[in-house]
Design a protein around this ligand. Structure first.
Ligand code: NAD
Length: 257
């Protein structure tokens, strides 16, 4: 699908990988709506790229529906959804004091990363399925969406039970959703990033950043958000990419800790 002129939605577009994706989509000519629970940062990114922003919690159906309706009013029906919003977490099952990890912590990560992503995707898909298919020799269909997993979906570290489960859920959801939405001409792919230089990581002490970078076989540096954004845009433009989970990690395989 050609990005130029399309309306696109980016969750988590206020920061990090989502912000880079919003900026790259806009650079390639998309009309971008930034959906994020951080209204202030979302508005700043949107203003920078000539897009629109919506304060939106991906786990809250009313707020997602309002954002999708607002984005459509501003830009017309969206055919591109980039699900990038997510949170990290690290918690041992048995704490230092011997107590069990609180169930609420596990549930919160699953609620945002997995259920929140599904929530936006189902509401987007229902709208997209009603659109006329795009004309073109490639059988371009109606739309495309991306999930953001993590290499932790496959090689999660000590304490990453909730995070890994949420991201493995996205990886597992990719093929069935692509198969389900094939009848509507909507493609679904997932990117599983390794370690990227986003605000959270750049706040870590320099030696920690260096040791993380050194753990990546090649290139031995943190991934650039622009590299993630390029892949996200390639997924849109390459009409044969569907139902696949793509690792973007410099051949990193995470150790146990
Ligand atoms: N940075 C990395 O190295 C890395 C590696 C693997 C996977 N990821 C994944 O990439 C995604 C982006 O990570 P990042 O490093 O850019 O993080 P980030 O914290 O810079 O950006 C995440 C954005 O998501 C938003 N968000 C969080 N919960 C939300 C909710 N419920 N509703 C709406 N918006 C919400 C935040 O406000 C924030 O703007 C996450 O899903 C993360 O798990 C990141």
């Amino acid at each position: 699908m050609k990005i130029q002129g399309q309306a696109a939605l980016v969750t988590g577009g206020a920061s990090g990988l989502g912000e880079a994706t919003a900026r790259e989509l806009a650079r390639q000519g998309a009309k971008v709506a930034v959906l994020d629970r951080n209204a202030e940062l979302a508005a700043k990114v949107a203003a920078d790229i000539g897009g629109v922003s919506f304060a939106c919690d991906i786990t809250d159906t009313a707020s997602v529906e309002a954002a999708l309706a607002g984005a459509e009013a501003a830009h017309g029906p969206a055919r591109i959804l980039m699900n990038v919003a997510g949170i990290g977490s690290a918690k041992r099952i048995v704490g230092k004091d011997g107590s069990a990890a609180p169930l609420e912590d596990f549930a919160r990560v699953i609620q945002i990363n997995l259920i929140g992503t599904y929530n936006v995707s189902r509401l987007f898909a229902a709208r997209c399925a009603k659109l006329a298919p795009l004309e073109g020799d490639d059988g371009e269909g109606r739309g495309v969406m991306m999930f953001t997993a993590s290499v932790a979906a496959f090689d999660g570290q000590v304490g990453q039970q909730a995070y890994s489960a949420s991201k493995a859920g996205l990886a597992g959801m990719t093929l069935p959703m692509a198969r389900d939405l094939a009848q509507h001409g909507i493609r679904v792919c997932t990117v599983a990033p390794g370690i990227f230089a986003t605000p959270l990581l750049l706040e870590l002490p320099e030696p920690v950043q260096q040791s993380l970078a050194a753990s990546i076989p090649f290139p031995p540096r943190l991934g650039k958000p622009s590299e993630f954004a390029e892949l996200a845009c390639h997924i849109v433009s390459n009409g044969h990419l569907n139902g696949e989970v793509i690792r973007l990690d410099g051949a990193l395989r995470m150790a146990a800790r």
